[in-house]
Design a protein around this ligand. Structure first.
Ligand SMILES: [Zn+2]
Ligand SMILES: [Zn+2]
Length: 327
C-alpha cells in the first residue's frame, strides 16, 4: 500500500487531503461547494488506516457484460459511488474511484492483470485516486477543467489532464466531457454501453420500466444532486450534442444496480432532457432542445440482430439500500 494511509479523508464526500489525520483541518472544501453539502454534524474526517476493519469493498461481475465489474464500499461510505473495472482487449481500465483502497481490491485487480489506465468522471469521485494510480502504476485521466479541485500533490506525475472534449483512454475506450454537473463531467462509452457516473444519473423509476407510470423518467441531469439544483435546457442541449455521435444500448450510472438496458435507451436520454426542459417552464417553440431528434435506425437494426435480454433475467443488485437513495 502507498504511504498515505494516515491522510485525512472527508467522511461526507470521500475527498482525500494532503493533511495527516494527526494534523488539524477544519473544513472539506469540496463539501463547501454548493454541489455538495456539510451535514448537521459538521465536517468530519477519517483515514484509510482508520477505515480498515470497518469497511470492505464489494466486487461484483455484471450479469450480462462479463467484462465489467462494479467495486463499491460497505457499509456505505461518503457518496457511495461505485468504481467500474473494465476488461478490454487493450488492457484493464478503471472508471471512477472509491476512497477505500483495501487489500481485497488490490489483490483482485492485480490477479486480473492490473490497470492500464484510470479515468475519473468528476471531482466528487476523485477521492484517493492518486493512491490507486500509484498502487497500480498507471496513468490517471482527469478533466483539466476541474484542476482547481485537486486536494493532493501529484508527486509521481500520474495525472493526464484532459483538455479536449474527447480523450482515448485505451483504444476502444473514449472518455467524453459532456459537462453539466461539472464543466468537465465525463461519461465513458465502451463497446455499445456507457458508464455515466452522475453526469447522467439513472433514476429510480428508470429501473422498473414495465410498471412505471406514463411521464416518469429514466435519467436525471442535475448541477447539484444532493441539493436538487437542476441544469438549464441550454446546458442539456450541449450535453446531448456531445453525446450524440456515440451509440449505446446500456447505461450504467453512479451506484451499483443503477443500470438500464434497452436497444432504444439513447432516445430516452434525449426524451428526458426534453422532459426536464418542460418542467423548467419551456414549451416547444421556446427552446431549440425540442427540435433535436435521435436517428434510431442504427439501433433498431442492431436490436434485430442481437439476442433479446428480458429484464426479468437481470439479477437484482445485492444491496436494496442502493435503490433507496434520494437520487
Ligand atoms: Zn467533503
Ligand atoms: Zn457528483
Amino acid at each position: 500500500m502507498p504511504g498515505s494511509e494516515n491522510l485525512r479523508i472527508c467522511i461526507t464526500c470521500g475527498t482525500q487531503f494532503d493533511v495527516s489525520i494527526e494534523d488539524p483541518l477544519k473544513e472539506c472544501r469540496m463539501c463547501l461547494d454548493p454541489r455538495q453539502f456539510v451535514p448537521p454534524s459538521g465536517h468530519s474526517f477519517t483515514s484509510l488506516a482508520q477505515m480498515r476493519g470497518t469497511y470492505e469493498n464489494q466486487i461484483q461481475q455484471d450479469d450480462i457484460e462479463k467484462r465489467m465489474w462494479s467495486i463499491w464500499t460497505e457499509p456505505n461510505f461518503a457518496i457511495g459511488e461505485r468504481a467500474v473495472f473494465l476488461e478490454t482487449p487493450e488492457g484493464n481500465v478503471l472508471w471512477d474511484c472509491v476512497a477505500n483502497l483495501d487489500q481485497k481490491t488490490v489483490d483482485f485487480i492485480k490477479r486480473k492483470g492490473g490497470l492500464k489506465a484510470m479515468v475519473v468522471s468528476h471531482p466528487h469521485f476523485w477521492t484517493s485516486h492518486l493512491d490507486w494510480a500509484q498502487e497500480f502504476d498507471c496513468p490517471l485521466y482527469l478533466a483539466a477543467d476541474e484542476a482547481e479541485w485537486l486536494c493532493r500533490e501529484d508527486k509521481e506525475h500520474r495525472i493526464r489532464w484532459i483538455e479536449d472534449i474527447t480523450q482515448v483512454i485505451v483504444p476502444g475506450v473514449t472518455a467524453i466531457k459532456l459537462g453539466g454537473h461539472f464543466p468537465g463531467s465525463m461519461v465513458l462509452p465502451w463497446d455499445g454501453k456507457i458508464s455515466t457516473a452522475d453526469t447522467i444519473a439513472v433514476t429510480l423509476s428508470g429501473l422498473n420500466r414495465e410498471l412505471r407510470p406514463p411521464g416518469a423518467n429514466s435519467f436525471a441531469f442535475m448541477w447539484a444532486y444532493p441539493n436538487f439544483i437542476p441544469l438549464s435546457p441550454s446546458v442539456l442541449q450541449v450535453m446531448w450534442e456531445r453525446l450524440e455521435p456515440f451509440e449505446f444500448s446500456a447505461v450504467h450510472s453512479l451506484f451499483v444496480g443503477r443500470d438500464v438496458r434497452d436497444a432504444l435507451i439513447k432516445g430516452e436520454v434525449l426524451d428526458d432532457m426534453k422532459l426536464a426542459a418542460t418542467f423548467a417552464g419551456y414549451k416547444n417553440e421556446d427552446h431549440s432542445i425540442f427540435k433535436l431528434k435521435w436517428d434510431d435506425s442504427k439501433a433498431k437494426a442492431a436490436a434485430k440482430s442481437a439476442p433479446v435480454v428480458p429484464s426479468s433475467s437481470i439479477a437484482k443488485p445485492p444491496a436494496q439500500a442502493h435503490l433507496e437513495r434520494g437520487f
